[in-house]
Design a protein around this ligand. Structure first.
Ligand code: GLN
Length: 456
């Protein structure tokens, strides 16, 4: 813990931590020490972690990267973080992220962007750590903590993991409780670990998961010891390679990464099978209808009354002006864009044309996966991202749709509720890390982690 606290102080330029809690960390570390001395050794005992700012942490500022939650200190602890503390983990502080987890570069954060510790060859230009869990990825990659919590609605654990050369898993929807995690798109949001290795992810995921009556979508299933399932033996497993993920204009370095990963799994004894997921091309548009629709509804609660920021009012202003001014000041441009899109697709005149149609497409995407798994495929291998980490500012100013294209390989997994993991699988010519994604059957994170372990 002390080593991490020192490292965090020395790495403030990375912008990874946004609220440091050294006193809390030392108290928790001492408590963990006492447990060890008493002969107790819970799985996370004494392990220093960073927590994404999206998780409510009792008595510690939790702003979800947004100006509208300025000054908000929760009275309660999220279930996922409570599970970690119960097993002895230590909180170092809160981590930077895109505002309300909307973004792929950490550039929509009210705190300013987090920075990727990696550089392109000898070029000094700062690169994005990805997003929205950019602070988590940067902190783990730079050894500021031993692990971090992330959340993933459309790729926010897997894309930043790929951009920073670390491992991140989004479990099956319902594995981790969403209670106390600030909601973005409730039918897609899942928490998961971001760590240096597959083994660490397995340990941390077991610690984070639980059945939670406070989240009606939390699954009442036993939580396996995922670490115990890491044998590295994947002989006879069937790995699907989906034709539709071979996008037009895919960079040669991504194509090569995918081929090398396929060859590695084959060498480890897996059977490689070409598969088809025909509705893939509709996933991104469906996601960018469903996610904003749910976000516009979830974000209606930030009204200047119940949480955080309230605008200064002029004489004569009424409640409508208070809502309008508070929301105009408190939300950043990307969040406002999502609220507008979401409100539009849910409006009476457009509900059937957009929202209902997107939900139908979602079902088709889910069925594509079900058919492939029913035909005997154990896991699906794809690239995690269409490129390596890009420069800060390089995409933020462009058309927002350019940024959305980052999620092309990851959003299908959230729409189908499946587990997906990103593992570091090589570097490009400029020395930047690249990640591969494995997608698994629902509730079989153990098998999925084991396939990733074989690739690591
Ligand atoms: N980049 C995606 C978005 O902006 C995914 C974000 C996430 O997974 N939280 O919606």
């Amino acid at each position: 813990t002390e080593a991490c606290l020192t490292a965090i102080e020395g790495a403030s330029a990375l912008g990874a931590f946004v609220h440091n809690t050294p006193d809390v960390a030392r108290d928790m570390a001492n408590a963990a020490d006492a447990r060890l001395k008493a002969g107790e050794a819970p799985a996370m005992c004494g392990i220093p972690l960073g927590i994404k700012d999206l998780f409510c942490t009792k008595g510690v500022a939790s702003q979800a990267g947004s100006g509208i939650l300025e000054g908000f200190t929760p009275e309660y602890e999220s279930t996922v973080t409570q599970n970690l503390w119960d097993l002895g983990a230590v909180m170092l502080g809160k981590l930077n992220m895109d505002e309300f987890a909307m973004g792929s570069s950490n550039e929509t954060s009210v705190y300013g962007n987090a920075v990727n510790p990696w550089r392109r060859g000898n070029d000094d230009a700062a690169l994005t750590p990805g997003g929205s869990s950019g602070g988590s990825a940067s902190a783990v990659a730079a050894d500021l903590c031993l692990g971090a919590t992330g959340t993933d609605t459309g790729g926010s654990i897997r894309q930043p993991a790929a951009f920073t050369g670390i491992t991140g898993i989004k479990p099956t929807y319902g594995r981790c409780s969403r209670w106390g995690v600030v909601a973005f798109a409730s039918s897609l949001d899942q928490a998961g670990p971001m760590t240096k290795t597959v083994r660490d992810s397995a340990i941390m995921l077991s610690a984070m998961c639980s059945h939670d009556p406070k989240d009606s979508t939390s699954a009442d299933l036993p939580v396996p010891d995922f670490e115990a399932m890491l044998t590295g033996d994947i002989r006879g497993k069937v790995i699907g390679i989906p034709a539709e993920y071979r996008m037009e204009g895919m960079p040669a370095e991504i194509e090569k990464l995918w081929q090398d990963g396929t060859a590695m799994l084959k060498d480890a004894g897996a059977e490689i099978r070409d598969i088809s997921l025909p509705h893939t091309k509709y996933a991104l548009p469906a996601y960018y209808v469903i996610a904003p629709a749910e976000a516009s509804s979830n974000l209606a609660r930030y009204d200047g009354v119940r949480y955080g920021h309230r605008a200064k009012l002029a004489p004569g202003d009424g409640i409508t002006e208070m809502y309008e001014k508070t929301r105009a000041e408190g939300f950043g441009a990307e969040v406002q864009r999502r609220v507008m899109v979401g409100t539009y697709v849910l409006s009476a005149g457009f509900y059937d044309a957009y929202y209902n149609r997107a939900r139908k497409v979602r079902t088709l995407i889910k069925r594509d996966f079900e058919q492939v798994f029913e035909a005997g495929v154990d896991a699906i291998l794809t690239p995690a991202t269409p490129s390596a980490a890009f420069g800060l500012g390089e995409m933020a100013s462009a058309d927002p749709v350019q940024m959305y294209l980052n999620d092309v390989f990851t959003v299908t997994v959230n729409l189908a509720g499946l587990p997906g993991i990103s593992v570091p699988a090589g570097q490009n010519a400029q020395g930047l890390p690249l990640g591969l994604q494995l997608i698994g059957r629902p509730w079989e994170e153990g098998d999925l982690l084991n396939c990733a372990y074989a690739l690591e």
